[in-house]
Design a protein around this ligand. Structure first.
Ligand SMILES: [Zn+2]
Length: 342
């Protein structure tokens, strides 16, 4: 039994290898945001420590339970402040520091306290400082027996190549909506119709579905973000330019949130593009279907495709640390506007 939604083939391979004692000392889990990297990492941690003999992870023994509840003393997560945790200096940490990795290295030579393996899950592995990556690499050259490191990243190119070559790579792909719906029914006892609707909304990413169910504030965030996408679709260049200035301020306060916003807008324009081709079945934001088909008619497929491309390159530029103000200004100026008079 497991609580991961989707990725069945990957999980089966992992269980089978681990049950034969063929685990790796380092895994590198890659895939887009919200795809389930963290859940798969916990699945590996549970499989390594599970007390059951026949089916691992069983999901029922005390090891599996403690890992699922995040209270297992041998399973530790190392991360930047993805959730906005504030430090003493009142600032968000955006890199994994050498001190964090040194702590991992010190501890990993100790015997596990309660399980068979010590497992370190390093989230946003691409945010490790160079020093931190090099220190981790040294440990991976001669890893202690009972230690497994699991690095997670959505940008594989940003991981030190020598770290990549020493890890077993697990590449997670989007989950088909049928598989996702099945998982949601099992995990949350949703009815068939709502689980199918939700699965189509979240673009193959179980993490988004989970957030939509568990987190009211995320639902509101998503709703507001789509309102803003519509507002921009209906604005002329001047309004967009003013809006862009506000966006840039928001970006310096919360980069992750701003990039998530751009991703959602890109998804929204992909929907408009699909609608302009008459492919309404693969539209993700079904709740906005009327507006989407309206924009599809007004903008047409060429301009819609242009908006998707501009948003894609904006996100890429920001991820490569191009100047946020120039990048956003360019976005606001280059997005085609409505030709019709309102
Ligand atoms: Zn178990």
């Amino acid at each position: 039994m497991n609580s991961v939604i989707g990725h069945e083939a990957v999980l089966n391979r992992l269980s089978s290898a681990i049950s034969k004692g063929q685990n790796s000392h380092a895994y590198l889990i890659t895939g887009p945001e919200s795809i389930g990297k963290n859940s798969v990492a916990r699945y590996i941690a549970a499989a390594l420590n599970c007390e059951n003999k026949s089916e691992i992870p069983c999901g029922n023994c005390s090891q599996c339970n403690r890992i699922a509840r995040n209270v297992h003393s041998d399973c530790e997560t190392v991360s930047v402040d993805l959730d906005g945790y504030l430090h003493g200096d009142g600032r968000k940490r955006t890199v994994i520091t050498i001190e964090q990795i040194r702590k991992v290295i010190r501890e990993c030579y100790l015997k596990p306290y309660e399980g068979k393996y010590r497992v370190y899950i390093i989230q946003a592995g691409d945010r490790m400082s160079e020093e931190a990556s090099n220190a981790l690499l040294k440990t991976l050259e001669e890893p202690p027996d009972q230690v497994v490191l699991i690095l997670l990243t959505s940008v594989l190119e940003k991981i030190l190549p020598t770290l990549v070559s020493r890890s077993q790579i697990i590449s997670l792909k989007k989950v088909g909506w049928g598989e996702l719906a099945k998982g949601l029914i099992q995990k949350y006892k949703l009815d068939k119709r709502s689980s199918e609707e939700l699965s189509k909304t979240c673009n193959g990413k179980p993490g988004i579905a989970i957030k939509m169910i568990e987190d009211e504030s995320y639902k509101k965030w998503r709703h507001d973000a789509l309102d803003q996408a519509e507002f921009l679709a209906e604005s002329g260049s001047y309004t967009r330019f003013i809006y862009g200035e506000k966006f840039i301020k928001g970006y310096s306060a919360d980069r992750e949130n701003s990039i998530a916003l751009l991703n959602l807008w890109q998804e929204f324009w992909r929907d408009i593009l699909m609608s302009s081709y008459g492919v309404n079945d693969s539209i993700i934001n079904q709740s906005r279907i009327e507006k989407i088909s309206h924009y599809a008619t007004e903008y047409g497929s060429i301009n819609s495709a242009k908006n998707v491309r501009i948003l894609t390159s904006t996100i890429e530029r920001l991820q490569k640390n191009f100047s946020p103000s120039l990048t956003i200004e360019q976005l606001m100026l280059c997005m085609p506007t409505l030709t019709c008079k309102k």
